[in-house]
Design a binder for this molecule. Structure first.
Ligand SMILES: [Zn+2]
Length: 219
């Protein structure tokens, strides 16, 4: 039996049903925050009530619902760096690219502090996080794979959901590319890997490989 060292909280913003996450190792007072959405108050409360200090804001991709809370979150922890994939950073500060302009409420985030690239492993709050770039929903989308506990966890943003995948009808969307990269960079993770998506419930690699109606494992 493995000891559960990792603590993860999910904060669901009502608008768009978007999931933000807070992850911390037991016994530590720092954490990472993933994709601060519209419900910044709950996210800030979750961090503060657990007496945590964020080591970084991780951004899977720059769509408005995943970055809407970054500016407000940073007002509480101004020195907390924002980390995003190297090909996605422009969306943080451009309401046209992050799709908020077309929704009628332009949103911008502070600019990125750290750009990460495919294959890189970074250590934050004691947690090694491996970056995998999976474009197709958004051109510079990354996922963060966390192997601190077994099974591993992966923050997958809008790459894949329980029984679904991210939309590919945005200007930089590409279904074939998304399907190909899901197979080559996500379905190759161990079956028991827990996927923590940007919307909806958690799932596992094995479950999606077996039953995802949009991207099957078999080529
Ligand atoms: Zn998205």
């Amino acid at each position: 039996m493995t000891e559960e060292r990792l603590r993860i909280w999910t904060i669901v913003s009502e608008l768009f049903g978007q999931n933000a996450y807070v992850a911390a190792l037991a016994g530590r007072d720092d954490c990472v925050v993933v994709d601060p959405g519209f419900d910044t108050a709950t996210l800030v409360d979750r961090v503060q009530s657990n007496r945590l200090t964020p080591a970084a804001v991780l951004v899977t991709h720059g769509h408005a619902d995943h970055i809407a809370g970054i500016a407000a979150f940073k007002s509480h922890w101004p020195d907390c760096p924002i980390l995003i994939g190297e090909h996605e950073a422009d969306k943080l500060t451009d309401p046209k690219l992050n799709l908020s302009r077309d929704f009628g409420f332009p949103i911008v985030s502070p600019a990125a502090d750290i750009l990460v690239r495919d294959g890189e492993t970074i250590e934050l709050a004691g947690m090694p996080l491996t970056v995998r770039e999976i474009p197709g929903h958004s051109s510079g989308h990354v996922i963060f794979v966390l192997e601190t506990d077994q099974p591993s966890r992966a923050f997958v943003g809008d790459v894949i959901f329980s029984g679904s995948i991210g939309r590919t009808d945005f200007p930089d969307g590409d279904f074939d590319l998304l399907a190909q990269r899901i197979r080559s960079k996500l379905y190759c993770l161990p079956d028991e890997t827990i996927l923590l998506p940007g919307h909806g419930p958690a799932t596992t690699v094995g479950r999606e490989k077996a039953s995802n109606p949009f991207v099957r494992w078999a080529s």
